[in-house]
Design a binder for this molecule. Sequence first.
Ligand SMILES: Nc1ncnc2c1ncn2[C@@H]1O[C@H](COP(=O)(O)OP(=O)(O)OP(=O)(O)O)[C@@H](O)[C@H]1O
Ligand SMILES: N[C@@H](CCO)C(=O)O
Length: 316
Amino acid sequence: MAVSVFAPASLANFSVGFDALGLAVKPVDNTLLGDLVSVEQAQGENSLKVVGEFADKLPSAPEDNIVWSCLHLFNEAMADAGLATEKVTITLEKKMPVGSGLGSSACSVVAALAGLNAYYRDCFDEKAMLKMMGQMEAKISGSLHYDNVAPCYLGGLQLMVADEHIISRSLPDFKDCFYVMAYPGIEVSTKAAREVLPENYCRKDLLSYGQNLASFVDACHRQDKTQAFAVLQDVVAEPYRQQLLPGYEQARNYLLAQGSLAVGISGSGPTLFCVCDQQERAQELARWLQDNYLQTELGFVHVCRVDDLGARTLKD
Ligand SMILES: Nc1ncnc2c1ncn2[C@@H]1O[C@H](COP(=O)(O)OP(=O)(O)OP(=O)(O)O)[C@@H](O)[C@H]1O
Ligand SMILES: N[C@@H](CCO)C(=O)O
């Protein structure tokens, strides 16, 4: 039996929750923005085939692909649980640009691990899976943060909680909002974007950070859109990372002047996101970003909604 799992793009940090908030997104035109992994029984040894638009951006040796590490981690977990495994052929359809700020590695990790779990008829529960996903993200980015893998796996808006037995909780999101995601077509590695951040923050920023995040979470629970987007300001990463994003400041100023509810950096960038509550306005801003924010022919812009489903098995 072969299984195929799709894992969607995500917007980590959401400006106010560095390493602590993440939102899964899906284009309104039904484009599959994310990675696809299929798992089937092998004739011989384990193998990994990589296809798709961004396949050539990944290391050529299968052992250097994070999906291969996922297979090893999953097989170890099966062995520890006293469960038998088979040799498998894995196909990764790499639809996500690498180093994009859209959670590209998370898409591969989540699709691979969820695909393997589906293949073995859900041997592991959600928490066990999330822990493995976090471990694989940490291997790639050098630090443990769940703000891409949790929304990508579980869907919706996720808040990372400081309890390793829970890891992530769903927050109520704003169903009438559109998220315009503009990927400029250049690569910014998560590691490099973390290295530009200061070791220490001043008291003023610390206080703003706590207040913005708390106000945002409160506004989500009360479905107070005005408060939620009024406090969506990033004092932790954006001031230091915007130097890595050509044209970011100009685009941000334009989009806010045109009535966007909020503008920010998706994950570690270079993707920019802006929020609108009218689809027509979102489409207009998407066209502007297409003409003014993209740097190479690899760039794209999508008008998205929240993806409530997260990783899902696709039927043939
Ligand atoms: N299947 C895979 N998908 C993505 N990156 C992979 C994969 N396998 C190995 N890599 C390597 O992992 C690194 C991913 O880097 P990084 O964390 O900056 O990217 P990312 O996950 O695409 O970022 P972002 O979360 O900003 O989209 C790259 O060096 C890439 O070559
Ligand atoms: N929270 C992480 C997300 C990386 O995709 C960061 O901003 O470094």
